[in-house]
Design a protein around this ligand. Sequence first.
Ligand code: PEP
Ligand code: MN
Length: 336
Amino acid sequence: MIVAVKKGADQKQIDNLLSWLRTQGIQPSLSVGSHQTVIGCIGDVSRIDIGLVRALDVVESVQRIQEPYKDANRKFHPEDTVVDCGGPKIGGGNFQTIAGPCSVESEEQITGIAKAVKASGASMLRGGAFKPRTSPYSFQGLGAEGIKMLAAAKKETGLPIVTEIMNIAHLPLFADVDVIQVGARNMQNFELLKELGHCGKPVLLKRGMANTLEELLMSAEYVMSGGNANVILCERGIRTFETATRNTIDLSVVPVLHHLSHLPVVIDPSHSTGASRLVEPLSVAAAAIGADGLIIEVHNDPAHAKCDGAQSQTPAMFDETMKKVRAVLPFACKDR
Ligand code: PEP
Ligand code: MN
């Protein structure tokens, strides 16, 4: 962090600023120029409230030269993190596809879809039991029963299961769940993130629909600083002025996040686009740009799905998509 001191500041004010910085655990070093006086700050500045420093009378401007996240930062952890998702490993060159319906609807439905997506090459099963719906009148998910149905599908197919948590009080119901999903709407539910920091299970953290990548990484930091290093980042599109797609997906997040962080990056082409016909091109593009995985909604009967039917692929569409994804993976960008 570099602090520029206001012109006209006297020595006493500068000394006060230096000692205040020291109380924050920082080693300040003063450089007095003929036009500008600056203070270089060395140490862990991640805990400093930069807005507060900027607001001090004697301060002209402040520039952070180190990101506010540490555990998620590639600078402190140059190697890619590989997350074990109850068998399949993701990250560090390991690509995985998570597939399944938006919501679990019945044991027959989830088991049937699990078998189909497994046959097409998916390595994990998704399905919402607790659903974050915009309308309280929409299907809210089967809750604890839904998780039992996912567990039955896992028993039948061997596919590890990924499902969303909305309330930390539900955590005991997640004993059979392999990867806990934090949805876009809860990306900044900090109390939930803190608890997941010691839940002992990998967390698939979705980017909020109005959040920056730095905010996504700060949310990952909440989980990681609690002792859980197994975080998978997920881009699912953000809100923009564009209305042609449900959300806007900017695939540059993949190389950008890989540069900033060592965590695996998964793309969700279903919520990103809202349209099943767009899922295949976005999946292929995500694989080619170097994503570590995909999470795709697949439904046996999209027209009658209880949630997100318009963006759900049929098993046949998913099979085609997987073939094309496999074809591009050997040529995927690997730059970090
Ligand atoms: C989901 O995966 O079904 C979901 C609700 O996703 P998101 O949080 O990205 O909207
Ligand atoms: Mn959905």
